[in-house]
Design a protein around this ligand. Structure first.
Ligand SMILES: [Zn+2]
Length: 293
């Protein structure tokens, strides 16, 4: 919870440090990861150029900003953070020192967070006890969108009406993704799915699914954990192992061989959020076209 409290304080202190009318910090906004960039783009429309911190195919846990990114950061108006990625915390002071007017927005604020403690398939390597994958669910997306809208209105109140109209359209799109995913998941053989890295905790909660993670407490699984997973996967007749492209397939292959299941690539860090959500639903339901022989 520390992070949740910290970020609003940063925002408040940035605002209170400014005297008089806010200077325009340019027409750039930053997002930590591609799905957040997608939501920011939907809300800013053509008014802003966006930059993403973590490039495609790279794991966000220990990312280091490049000099070019820091150069762009100096001109940015807002930074849209997940709120729980390690590199955000370690760089926030650097971002602020290079750009004292930067509004740092925790897009996970007001979200009903999943606490990984006491959660057998927690995601502890990101941030102490909190599952950071808030963007991988329509419920999360709606709150993230609202936080981005509020951030944009703060840095550019003159364009409030434009941002609000764009936000309305984004909500409609999120609702239709939600309806499509619900329909895909209505009749599935098993509500338990297996994933290498537990990136789908919010998705699972929203659609009443059970996420079975190969990674255990953020670490490479022990032989004992692999054995437990194999037993559970066999008992629940799980046919597919979902794995993100950022991860090594070696351990997933051991389990795939022992259970006779197939490895299916997912990309929860993709820019095209609607497409990825629907694709995820198909992969969990076993109705993905690529999976039908
Ligand atoms: Zn993750």
């Amino acid at each position: 919870m520390r992070k949740l409290l910290l970020l609003p304080i940063i925002i408040l202190s940035l605002i209170s440090c400014q005297n008089g009318p806010k200077k325009s910090a340019g027409k750039i906004v930053f997002a930590s990861i591609l799905p957040l960039q997608y939501f920011a783009d939907q809300i800013t429309g053509s008014l802003y150029h966006s930059e993403v911190m973590v490039p495609p195919g790279v794991g966000p846990e220990t990312y280091n900003p490049t000099p070019r990114q820091m150069g762009e950061m100096a001109k940015a108006g807002a930074y849209f953070a997940n709120g729980f990625l390690g590199f955000e915390e370690s760089n926030v002071e650097k971002f602020q020192s290079i750009n004292p007017n930067l509004i740092f927005v925790n897009t996970s604020a007001n979200l009903d967070l999943i606490h990984a403690e006491g959660h057998s398939h927690g995601d502890l390597h990101h941030e102490k006890g909190i599952d950071p994958h808030t963007w991988s669910s329509p419920e999360g997306a709606r709150i993230i969108a609202k936080n981005i809208l509020d951030g944009m209105v703060r840095i550019d109140p003159a364009n409030k009406a434009v941002f609000e109209a764009n936000y309305g359209r984004l909500l409609t799109r999120i609702d239709s993704v939600d309806a499509a995913v619900t329909a895909i998941l209505t009749e599935i053989p098993s509500r338990t799915f297996m994933v290498f890295h537990p990136a789908l905790g919010y998705f699972a909660r929203e659609y009443h699914l059970v996420q079975l993670s190969i990674e255990f407490e953020g670490k490479v699984p022990t032989p004992r954990h692999i054995q437990n997973i194999v037993q559970e996967a066999t008992a629940k007749k799980i046919r597919n192992i979902l794995i993100q492209r950022e991860f090594d397939v070696e351990n997933a292959e051991i389990i795939a061989n022992e259970t006779g299941s197939k490895i299916i690539q997912i990309d929860p860090l993709a820019y095209d959020w609607p497409r990825e959500m629907i694709s995820l639903a198909h992969k969990i339901a076993g109705t993905d076209k690529k999976m039908i022989p």
